[in-house]
Design a protein around this ligand. Structure first.
Ligand SMILES: Nc1ncnc2c1ncn2[C@@H]1O[C@H](COP(=O)(O)OP(=O)(O)OP(=O)(O)O)[C@@H](O)[C@H]1O
Length: 121
């Protein structure tokens, strides 16, 4: 049976997904920036004593950015698998995927600012 026809158990599929997250954390320099930002925001949130509702918004923002960074990495890898040559469509695919991360990161900064700034000023 080819690997495409195999049905994996939930536990095994979960293991593959964790491997994917681990790859993103280890190899992607942008991901390391997101992790540093997550740690900083968590420390600031604890020091500022933000509310549970505010933590939920922060967690959603962090999840959105990190998830999109993982999808961006997956798209980059797929494009590289298809072509190592310059191709205008490869450029569009990678630029649009990177744009999705940029949009989410910008919204997260706005969310963080709108939560923290009123406490501080
Ligand atoms: N095959 C290609 N054809 C055309 N343009 C490409 C191609 N590969 C990359 N690019 C251009 O170079 C940019 C950077 O691509 P690259 O794959 O190095 O991603 P990156 O953003 O540097 O990601 P990372 O640093 O996380 O690997 C892309 O956004 C795209 O504009």
């Amino acid at each position: 049976m080819g690997y495409r026809e195999r049905k994996y158990s939930f536990k095994r599929s979960f293991g593959y997904a964790i491997t994917g997250v681990w790859y993103g954390l280890k190899k992607e320099r942008h991901m390391q920036f997101h992790i540093a930002a997550t740690i900083s925001v968590t420390i600031l949130g604890l020091l500022t004593r933000i509310t549970l509702a505010e933590w939920r918004t922060i967690w959603l923002s962090i999840g959105l950015v990190i998830s999109l960074e993982l999808v961006n990495t997956a798209i980059e890898k797929c494009v590289d698998l298809v072509t190592q040559e310059y191709h205008p469509i490869a450029k569009i695919a990678k630029d649009v995927a990177a744009g999705a991360v940029l949009v989410a990161a910008t919204v997260s900064v706005l969310v963080g600012g709108s939560i923290f700034l009123p406490y501080w000023f």
